[in-house]
Ligand binder design. Structure first.
Ligand SMILES: Nc1ncnc2c1ncn2[C@@H]1O[C@H](COP(=O)(O)OP(=O)(O)O)[C@@H](O)[C@H]1O
Ligand SMILES: [Mg+2]
Length: 211
């Protein structure tokens, strides 16, 4: 088997891959450029919380972006269902209609000593498909893009160096001030969320019982 100039040769037979490439390119350019994880397949017992938080993010009267601060802080110990709840929220129809970009930005794989301000920016820029990754490119993109940013595992931000941790905190504040950006900040550490003005707080206990 060999591939040369778009010609695939298998056991002496020739296949022209050019049409397939054109079709694939067209399909990709049509698809939504942003990735949103699906609603968890197993998710029960939190419908009231989902509806309440959707209301907060949309503004009391379900008109998005009319209020200055409609952000959500999800807090609770590990395994209480914070990430799952956020994934359920970003797949609600009202949210899908209001926010062109629904991004889930996680830092759960970052070791304590690896957390930096640049890594914080890298993941947001990557989710928004902007480069280079800096605050200017991110804010420029968010100017005209109704975006809901879920920022997960914020407890790790406190492990960054003092200066980096302060810059991350300031960046979160500034993201919260963007007129058509809404933030869901998720942390095991309540302090991370209390540091910022403008959140509706939601504290989660254990996973709901199926009964
Ligand atoms: N509402 C729910 N119904 C059923 N299972 C859930 C629910 N929320 C979370 N889980 C399950 O509980 C576990 C922990 O959930 P997760 O969202 O990862 O918690 P956290 O982000 O708080 O650590 C996962 O296995 C998840 O599938
Ligand atoms: Mg989680």
């Amino acid at each position: 088997m060999s591939l040369k100039d778009g010609q695939l040769s298998v056991s002496g037979r020739e296949f022209n891959l050019a049409p397939a490439k054109t079709l694939l390119t067209r399909a990709l350019s049509r698809s939504d450029p942003f990735y949103t994880p699906p609603r968890p397949p197993v998710f029960f017992g939190r419908e009231d919380t989902v509806q309440y938080l959707v209301k907060v993010l949309m503004g009391e009267d379900s008109v998005p972006f009319e209020h200055e601060y409609d952000h959500v802080a999800l807090m609770g110990a590990a395994g209480t269902g914070k990430s799952s709840l956020a994934k359920a929220i970003i797949n609600e129809q009202a949210i899908v209609s209001a926010f062109h970009a629904r991004l889930f930005i996680a830092y759960d794989d970052v070791g304590p000593s690896a957390m930096t301000y640049q890594l914080f920016l890298d993941r947001i820029a990557n989710a928004l498909r902007v480069a280079p990754a800096n605050s200017n490119t991110i804010f420029e993109r968010l100017k005209n893009l109704p975006a809901l940013l879920v920022i997960d595992n914020a407890e790790i931000f406190g492990q960054a160096g003092k200066e980096d941790a302060a810059k991350i905190s300031l960046m979160i504040d500034t993201l919260m001030m963007q007129p058509i950006t809404r933030i869901v900040l998720i942390s095991r550490n309540i302090k991370d969320c209390l540091n910022h003005a403008g959140f509706a707080f939601c504290m989660l206990g254990g996973i709901p019982d199926i009964s």
